[in-house]
Design a binder for this molecule. Structure first.
Ligand SMILES: CC(C)=CCC/C(C)=C/CC/C(C)=C/CC/C(C)=C/[C@@H]1[C@@H](COP(=O)(O)OP(=O)(O)O)[C@]1(C)CC/C=C(\C)CC/C=C(\C)CCC=C(C)C
Ligand SMILES: [Mn+2]
Length: 427
C-alpha cells in the first residue's frame, strides 16, 4: 500500500489531481469529497465519468517519495465492488455543501458576513458577556496555545469560537470524562434536545447561552453539532471499524464537524478566490487529520479500553490482528502498517494546509499553529519507532514553541490569487 497521486482528466479535458492510497488491487481516494469539490460538486461519484479518464498515477510525488508510474484502472477507483451504497465521504460532503451554501446565502444577501449586535435586554448583556468570559476561561484551561491564538481574532469571533469550543468539550466529556460510565444513548438524546433548544433561543444554562447567541450571529448550521453527538453515540455502541470508510465517518463526526462549525465564525478572507466548498473541505480535512493522529497516538491506551480504531481490513491485509494490538509488540509488520497510516493522516494535513491561507487573516495563525503542533505528533510516533502501545507520542515544549513563529510566518501569506489557467483546473 502506498500513497499515490492521480491525475484525472475530465471529458472536457480539465485536469484534476487527487491523492489516494494505492494497493495491489485498487486505488482508494484519500478524500473523495475533494473530487466533488474540485469537479464543481456536479458529478455524482457513482456515475461520474472518471472510469475512462485516469492518465496515470505516480507513487510518491509532491515530496512524498520517488516517482513510479502505475497504470490504474478507474473502474477500480469508482467502485471496486460495484456497490451502490453511498460512501461516508459522499454523506459528509453533503453536509459540507449545506454549510457552505448557508454562508454563501448570507454573503449574497449582505455582501459580507454580518455580525448582528447583541440584543440588549436589562441585565442580559452582562450575563451574556459573563457567559462568554467563562467560555474563554474553559478554553484557556484546556487549550492554552489555541486560546492565545484566538486573542488575535476580533472580539466577536474570538468569543464565538470559545463558545463552540466549550460546547464541543462538554460533548466530548460526556463520553470521555469522569461520568462517562453513566452515559447512555438516552443521555445523549437529552443533550441533543438541549442543542435544539439552544438553536431556537432557549438555552439551558449560561454556557449554552453563549452558543445560543453565537448561532444567531454567525451562519452556523446545526447539522455538524448533531453529527458530533452522533459520533459520541457511535463511540458507545462500536469498538471496531471494518474499513476506512467507517472510520472516516467516525472521524468526521467527532472532529471533522469542528472544522465545519468553526469556519463560519473564523471567516474566509475577502481576498480569497477559492470556492467556499473547497475551504470547508480543507476544514473538514483538518478535523479528520487531527482525529486520525489522535487514534494513531493512542493505540495502546484505546486497546486497554477494548477499543481498536484502526481499519480491520487494513490490519488483516498487513497480516495483523486484534491479538497483535493487545500483545503490543512492535514488529516489522506493525512498523510497515503504521507507516501507511501515518502517510494517510499526513495526506489529510496537506489537504487542510492548502485551505488555511484562504481564512481571514487573524484566524490563519491559530489554525496553522494547531495544524503544525498536531502534525508533529506523527513525527514523534516515528521517533518512538512506532511504539504507540506503551509510549505516548509527545511534542516537547521547545518544539511546540518553535512551531509558533513558523505558523506565524506561514500565516502572513495572502490567499492565493490563482492564475485563470490554474483556476480552470481547480488546482
Ligand atoms: C483553531 C482551532 C483548533 C479551532 C477549533 C476550535 C474548536 C471549536 C475546538 C473543539 C475541539 C474539541 C473539544 C472537540 C471535541 C472532540 C475532540 C476532543 C476531538 C479531538 C481534538 C483533539 O483534542 P485532544 O487531543 O484534547 O483529544 P482527547 O479527547 O483528549 O483525546 C480532536 C482530535 C479534533 C479537534 C478538531 C479540530 C481542532 C478541527 C479544527 C479545524 C478547524 C478549526 C478548521 C480550520 C480551517 C481550515 C480551512 C483548515
Ligand atoms: Mn476525547
Amino acid at each position: 500500500m502506498s500513497v499515490a497521486l492521480v491525475w484525472v482528466v475530465s471529458p472536457n479535458t480539465e485536469v484534476f489531481k487527487f491523492y489516494g492510497i494505492l494497493d495491489s488491487s485498487r486505488f482508494v481516494f484519500g478524500n473523495r469529497s475533494s473530487i466533488r469539490a474540485k469537479m464543481g460538486g456536479k458529478q455524482d461519484w457513482k456515475s461520474c465519468s472518471l472510469s475512462t479518464d485516469v492518465k496515470y498515477s505516480s507513487v510518491g510525488g509532491s515530496g512524498l517519495g520517488s516517482e513510479a508510474k502505475f497504470p490504474v484502472s478507474l473502474s477500480m477507483v469508482a467502485n471496486p465492488l460495484g456497490e451502490s451504497a453511498v460512501s461516508s465521504e459522499q454523506k459528509v460532503y453533503d453536509v459540507v455543501l449545506k454549510q457552505a451554501s448557508l454562508v454563501k446565502k448570507q454573503l449574497r444577501s449582505n455582501g459580507y458576513l454580518d455580525v448582528k449586535p447583541d440584543i440588549i435586554l436589562p441585565g442580559n448583556l452582562s450575563l451574556l458577556s459573563k457567559a462568554y468570559d467563562r467560555c474563554g476561561e474553559v478554553c484557556a484551561e484546556y487549550a492554552k496555545t489555541f486560546y492565545l491564538g484566538t486573542l488575535l481574532m476580533t472580539p466577536e469571533r474570538r468569543r464565538a469560537i470559545w463558545a463552540i469550543y466549550v460546547w464541543c468539550r462538554r460533548t466530548d466529556e460526556l463520553v470521555d470524562g469522569p461520568n462517562a460510565s453513566h452515559i447512555t444513548p438516552t443521555a445523549l438524546d437529552r443533550w441533543e434536545l438541549r442543542l435544539d433548544d439552544l438553536f431556537q433561543g432557549r438555552p439551558f444554562d449560561m454556557l449554552d447561552a453563549a452558543l445560543s447567541d453565537t448561532v444567531t450571529k454567525f451562519p452556523v448550521d446545526i447539522q455538524p453539532f448533531k453529527d458530533m453527538i452522533e459520533g459520541m453515540r457511535m463511540d458507545l455502541r462500536k469498538s471496531r471499524y471494518q474499513n476506512f470508510d467507517e472510520l472516516y465517518l467516525y472521524c468526521y463526526y467527532v472532529a471533522g464537524t469542528v472544522g465545519l462549525m468553526s469556519v463560519p465564525v473564523m471567516g474566509i478572507s475577502p481576498e480569497s478566490q477559492a470556492t467556499t466548498e473547497s475551504v470547508y473541505n480543507a476544514a473538514l480535512a483538518l478535523g479528520i487529520a487531527n482525529q486520525l493522529t489522535n487514534i494513531l497516538r493512542d493505540v495502546g491506551e484505546d486497546a486497554r479500553r477494548g477499543r481498536i480504531y484502526l481499519p480491520q481490513d487494513e490490519l488483516e491485509e498487513a497480516g495483523l490482528s486484534d491479538a497483535d494490538i493487545y500483545a503490543g509488540k512492535v514488529t516489522d509488520k506493525w512498523r510497515s502498517f503504521m507507516k501507511d497510516q501515518i502517510k494517510r493522516a499526513r495526506m489529510f494535513f496537506d489537504e487542510a494546509e492548502k485551505g488555511v491561507t484562504e481564512l481571514s487573516e487573524a484566524s490563519r495563525w491559530p489554525v496553522l499553529a494547531s495544524l503544525l503542533l498536531y502534525r508533529q505528533i506523527l513525527d514523534e510516533i516515528e521517533a518512538n519507532d512506532y511504539n504507540n502501545f506503551t509510549r505516548r507520542a509527545y511534542v516537547s515544549k521547545a518544539k511546540k514553541l518553535l512551531a509558533l513563529p513558523i505558523a506565524y510566518t506561514k500565516s502572513i501569506i495572502r490567499p492565493s490569487r490563482t492564475s485563470p489557467e490554474l483556476r480552470k483546473y481547480n488546482l
